[in-house]
Design a protein around this ligand. Sequence first.
Ligand SMILES: Nc1ncnc2c1ncn2[C@@H]1O[C@H](COP(=O)(O)OP(=O)(O)OP(=O)(O)O)[C@@H](O)[C@H]1O
Length: 261
Amino acid sequence: MDYQFPLIVENVTLTLSGKTLLNNINFALPKGKITALIGPNGAGKSSLIKVLSGYLKPQKGQCVFHAKPLLDFSTLELAKWRAVMRQNNQINFAFSVEEVIRMGAYHRCKKEIAIHLEEVIKLTDCESLRRKFYHQLSGGEQQRTQLARVLLQLWSENMSGKILFLDEPTSALDLYHQQHCLRLLTALCREKNLTVCTVLHDLNLVSLYADQLILLAQNKVQVKGNANEVITENNIHQWYNAEIITLPHLMTKTPQLLFKK
Ligand SMILES: Nc1ncnc2c1ncn2[C@@H]1O[C@H](COP(=O)(O)OP(=O)(O)OP(=O)(O)O)[C@@H](O)[C@H]1O
C-alpha cells in the first residue's frame, strides 16, 4: 500500500441530471502532501471530492486508489483508508460532541478508540465541547468536531497511504482555528505521511499551506502546480473574474492576495 501517489484520477467525466459537472479531469494526489482544490462557485469542486472519495461514480474515466479501481473497494475497506468531511455537517439528533467524534470509528475496536480519542480531541481543541450537544454548537465548533471525527476514523501512528478529504474545513472557523487547522494538517502530513485533499476558498491560506493546487473552472482543471504557478493575477482575473493584486508573503515569499477597491 506504499504508493507515491495513493490516488490517481484518470480522464474523469461526471454527468448528473444531463449536466456535465466534471469534464475529463486528470491529476494525482502525492503522498504526504496537501492538495488544494480551488476555483469559483459551481466549478465542480465538491462534486470532484465526492468522486475522489467514492460517493459518486463517473460516467467516464476512473480513480485508481492504491493501484486498484476505487470502486472495487468495499465500504468498510474504504473507511479504513479515507475519511471525508463534507461542507454540510448538520445532524438533527441530540448527540453529544464525543458521540459524533466516535461515529467516525465504527470500524475500529473499542481499545483503539480509547487510545486515540483523547489525542484527537486535544489536537482539534474540542476538550471544552465534548459533553455538549452537537446540534447546539456554533458553526465553527461543529467544524472542529467534524475534523476530530475524520481524524479518529483514520488515526494511526503511520498514516501513509491514508487520505483525508475536506470540503471547506475552515469556512466557519475564526482566525486562530483556521491557522490551527492548517498547521495541524501540515504536521500530520510531515510526521505521519497523511495525504490531504481539501477544497479551500481562502487563497491566502492555500498559498501558505498547499503543496499542490488544482484550479477548477467551468468543470475542467484549468491550471495546476504550486502556489507561485497557480496564484497569479492573470489566473485569478481569468478564472474568478476578480480584480486583485498579488504580493509576496513577507516570511514565505508565496503570493498573497489583496483586493483592489
Ligand atoms: N446532483 C446534482 N444534479 C445536478 N447538478 C448538480 C448536482 N450537484 C451539483 N450540481 C451542480 O453542479 C455544479 C457544481 O457544483 P459543486 O457543488 O461541485 O461546485 P463547487 O465548485 O463545490 O461550488 P462552491 O464553491 O459554490 O461550493 C453546480 O452548478 C451545481 O448546481
